[in-house]
Design a protein around this ligand. Structure first.
Ligand code: ARG
Length: 456
């Protein structure tokens, strides 16, 4: 019997069905059904024999899904109904007892939490691998100088190892955010029923333990309405995507002929269909280009949840494609970033030439004046005047004729020349966290330690 006298319009089915995308939840749905069946048997709703039949049937259904041989029917609305329909086809009336004491509302919330938890773990694994690669590449280029930039204007020189480690710390924070997202999947919705709880006193603690949750939600209405854990995941993914986009954008810039600082591996670049000379850093461009998709997934889900009445509304079905696209995009990008970095070659000479631009030592000269008792603001003005003179004369700071420098304390000028000659301005950044070699060594050690702690 059905409450309806007419069958569903195909157009209605098109907007209403989620089977085309939610089928990928099947491993979690089956896992949840197995645990649910066990709890039903403990309650006496299923006999031992029926439990056996259901578990056996679910195994067959899983086998079909795994092998891509599951016979989907036209009117399978979603994965939950498809699995149940097939189970009943395979095992008969016992299968019809499985949906006792549950609703698709608590079922789908549980499946999605399991899915998000799995992928929050996966993102942490991928980040760990990427951080390991970053650390190796940083170590291998620890004393390769390049200019650091602000406003994309040459600012002060850095070691490439230092520059790359900046990403290491971003990814460490991302990893922590994914860990927090995993933690917010800790509450189990199963056993909440449609919204108000069940007429059956099922053992939710046991169920939570079976499914690897930390605890059941204390409130059934919250349980079926909540998708915060997916928001948390997508926020972590968005922050990670933003970081990857900055790395990608820098690699794009650095691969240009104008910079010439690096070159992707041939296996990670494309040519042009018309311009034979081209080698394009597509992977790096796509790290930049895919980030907005992940951010869009976050705002999609925020939009879905905004002002939504408590309890299940069909709007919530829209959570899945946002989550799936966010997961697929960030996982792909993390993997690609790792491989891209592994194959990236840097041009030491090009970077060094750019880094020895004397203008990058202007702050050093100001600081040397300060050491001779000149107040910094005044020193800044003096050096700015020298820079202006050098720019107008088309020379470097150290080539300025004696006149310009003669008004300065001689010791400062002497020390400045010595420093330039030794190429030592980069080594003058001695504060903790600075780019000088001893500080960079400390940082490399800190990074190794942090990576080790993550793996522990
Ligand atoms: N396919 C649905 C979804 O993805 C499952 C829950 C349906 N619940 C309902 N009351 N119609 O959200």
């Amino acid at each position: 019997m059905s409450r309806f006298s007419e069958s569903q319009d195909p157009l209605f089915q098109r907007i209403n069905a989620s089977i085309d995308f939610d089928r990928r939840l099947w491993p979690h749905d089956i896992r949840q059904s197995r645990a649910h069946a066990t709890v039903l048997a403990a309650l006496g709703v299923l006999s031992e024999g029926e439990l056996e039949e259901i578990l056996e049937g679910l195994k067959r259904v899983a086998g079909e899904l795994e092998a891509g041989e599951f016979p989907f029917a036209d009117d399978d609305e979603d994965i939950h109904m498809a699995v149940e329909r097939r189970l009943i086809e395979l095992v008969g009336p016992a299968g019809g007892k499985l949906h006792t004491a549950r609703s698709r509302n608590d079922q789908v919330a549980t499946d999605l939490a399991l899915f998000v938890r799995e992928h929050a773990g996966r993102a942490q694994e991928l980040l760990r691998a990427l951080m390991g690669t970053l650390l190796d590449v940083a170590e291998a280029h620890r004393d390769w100088a390049l200019p650091g930039y602000t406003h994309l204007q040459r600012a002060q020189p850095l070691y490439l190892g230092h520059h790359l480690l900046a990403y290491f710390w971003m990814f460490l924070r991302d990893s922590r955010r994914f860990a927090m997202a995993a933690e917010s999947t800790g509450d189990m919705a199963a056993g909440s029923g449609a919204l108000a709880g069940l007429n059956w006193e099922i053992d939710r603690d046991l169920l939570a333990e079976e499914l690897g949750f930390d605890r059941p939600y204390p409130n059934s209405l919250d349980a079926v309405s909540n998708r915060d854990f997916a928001l948390d995941y997508l926020y972590a993914a968005s922050a990670g995507a933003a970081h990857l986009s900055r790395l990608g954008a820098e690699i794009v810039l650095w691969s240009s002929r104008e910079f010439g600082f690096c070159e992707p591996a041939d296996s990670f670049a494309s040519g042009s269909s018309i311009m034979p000379q081209k080698k394009n850093p597509d992977a790096a461009e796509l790290l930049r280009g895919k980030a907005p998709r992940v951010m869009a997934s976050l705002t999609t889900l925020q939009g879905t949840l905004h002002a939504l009445p408590l309890g299940y509304s069909k709007d919530l079905q829209e959570d899945k494609e946002a989550v799936f696209d966010g997961v697929d995009t960030i996982e792909l990008c993390l993997e690609v970033a790792d491989r891209l970095l592994q194959g990236l070659s840097f041009n030491r000479e090009r970077m060094a030439v750019a880094a020895t631009d004397e203008m990058l030592a202007a702050t050093d000269l100001a600081d040397l004046l300060v050491a001779e008792g000149v107040p910094f603001r005044e020193a800044h003005g003096i050096v700015a005047g020298l820079v202006r003179g050098a720019v107008e004369a088309g020379t470097g700071l150290s080539d300025l004729d004696g006149d310009s420098l003669s008004e300065l304390p001689p010791r400062a000028v002497e020390r400045f020349r010595e420093r330039l000659e030794a190429g030592a301005t980069i080594e003058s950044k001695v504060s903790a966290g600075g780019t000088s070699s001893p500080r960079l060594s400390e940082q490399l050690q800190q990074a190794r330690q942090a990576l080790g702690d993550l793996s522990a």
